[in-house]
Design a protein around this ligand. Structure first.
Ligand SMILES: [Zn+2]
Ligand SMILES: [Zn+2]
Length: 488
């Protein structure tokens, strides 16, 4: 993890938020390359799950919503963690995590000597089993209190209780409260889904592990509405679609390069399930911190729509023409975090290789996710015609792609830099491209494309470059393109 965090800072992926003020807990800023990677993850997710599917639609609901939304959803009453506070150092702890952390103990039976006692253990001298603060070892702990994880804020200029609302802790509720709007305006039949990408906020007590758990994060969520009275392939429609979505989500991560060995499913046991869920499966990824949740796919039943119908007094039903009845759809919810997906793609892409006795760091990003698609590098920066040609190529390619121009080092160095940020293709312009009139050598009008993973190079006509790069980015194999270049 430390290697990744340092690479992220050094190469402009992720910076600590407000770093010049010593930073702020668990907030991170995405730098020039981080924002490109992030945008590309969101773009391919939206394209694959919303744009390309005839059964999906998009939505962008606001972050601030009517406070009753959070009463209806259960967040006001249930979105809490039991916490204790230290009366001395004021540190706050989750009750369930206290049992799992070692604690500092100043033992009264040994003239106040300091001991660190393993999680769950008791002092062998006085028998104390953590009645004091695990951090300072001196303060008494308060009795547990429920602490709500929603960020409270005041809407409008008047500071009164009526103005209290919350930053949304999930994007899902924005979809549920718009269910009828979308149904009526778009005239859909079940099953259909609504996808949304947006920020959410949770006042986590113990954020951490870089961008894995943060208080401000971005979700890519789908609520997929199905008719619970229908059957598909002999099974209840909600159960059938739940399995389909689990498969589709796992396949999506694999398609964009996550290695199968680093993915697994975790079924929630009955006592792990949220109160509204019939079944939940997590897709877990083998993060540098160990196997952890990458995304969750829950069957939320009709809980949310029924709750909002109850609190709003509006009917949130679907009329089933075939059975001539009003039904409250069941909901399958594939919910992924942009930040967690980014960390997984980054961790999975990271390789240290040995090339001719030297260490090469390379991020093997899927070409569609790589922050920079193409780097254009002039072989000699003193030759005006080479530099001009390289700039012209950069300008042309950058109409559709993220392209950089770099002439600040020798070519070997420039390649290594691009490898380290995962740029799949480098294009070099050299003397042959533009010709050398002093030596009477004609221009061949060709440029070199170098492949990041194999480090092989081919020469193609500059006029065909945009086409060739486009083919490569759309998935044409390098070997096939190389064979084509050989023929021309
Ligand atoms: Zn303390
Ligand atoms: Zn003791």
């Amino acid at each position: 993890m430390e290697t990744l965090v340092s690479l992220c800072k050094r190469r402009g992926f992720v910076f600590q938020s407000s770093e010049i003020y010593c930073g702020i807990g668990s907030s991170w800023d995405y730098g020039p390359l981080g924002v490109e990677l992030r945008n590309k993850i969101k773009r391919v997710w939206w394209r694959d799950f919303v744009q390309r599917r005839p059964d999906m639609l998009g939505l962008d609901a606001s972050i601030l919503m009517h406070p009753t939304v959070w009463k209806a959803s259960g967040h006001v009453d249930n979105f809490t963690d039991p916490m204790v506070d230290c009366r001395e150092c004021r540190h706050r702890f989750r009750v369930d995590q206290l049992a799992e952390t070692p604690w500092v103990h100043y033992c009264p039976a040994t003239k106040g000597n300091k001991f660190t006692i393993p999680a769950g253990g008791a002092c062998s001298h006085c028998g104390a089993a953590r009645t004091l603060c695990p951090d300072c070892g001196k303060g008494e702990l308060t009795p547990p209190r429920q602490f709500n994880l929603m960020f409270k804020t005041l809407m409008g200029p008047v500071e009164e209780d009526a103005a209290v609302t919350y930053l949304r802790p999930e994007t899902a509720q924005g979809i549920f409260v718009n269910f009828d709007n979308v149904l009526q305006s778009m005239r859909r039949k079940l099953p259909f889904g609504i996808g949304q990408i947006g920020k959410a906020f949770r006042n986590e007590i113990t954020p951490g592990n870089f961008i894995f758990r943060t208080r401000e994060f971005e979700q890519m969520e789908i609520e997929y509405f199905v008719n619970p009275h229908e059957t598909v392939e002999g099974r209840p429609a909600d159960e059938y679609w739940h399995d389909r979505w689990i498969e589709d989500c796992v396949a999506w991560f694999r398609r964009y390069g996550i290695q199968s060995d680093n993915l697994r499913l975790h079924e929630h046991a009955r006592d792990e399930l949220a109160h509204y869920a019939k079944r939940t499966a997590d897709v877990q990824y083998r993060f540098p911190i160990g196997w952890s949740e990458l995304m969750g796919i829950a069957n939320r039943t009709d809980f949310d729509l029924k709750q909002h119908a109850k609190f709003s007094g509006k009917a949130l039903t679907y009329f089933d023409e075939e059975r001539k009845e009003h039904v409250v759809p069941y909901v399958i919810e594939p919910s992924a975090g942009v930040d967690r997906a980014l960390l997984a793609f980054l961790a999975d892409a990271y390789r240290e290789e040995e090339v001719r006795g030297e260490k090469r760091v390379v991020l093997r990003f899927h070409p569609e996710l790589a922050p920079v698609s193409v780097a254009v590098l002039p072989l000699l920066k003193k030759r005006d015609d080479i530099v001009r040609t390289a700039h012209a190529i950069r300008d042309e390619l950058s109409r559709d792609l993220t392209v950089v121009y770099d002439d600040t080092a020798a070519i070997g160095r420039l390649y290594r830099r691009q490898d380290e940020v995962g740029t799949p293709y480098c294009v070099t312009v050299d003397v042959q491209t533009v010709g050398d009139s002093d030596k009477g050598e004609p221009a061949d009008g060709k440029v070199t494309i170098r492949d990041r993973d194999s480090m092989e190079q081919i020469r193609v006509e500059a006029a065909r470059l945009a086409q060739v790069i486009g083919d490569l980015l759309r998935g044409t194999a390098w070997a096939e393109v190389a064979a084509g270049a050989g023929r021309s």
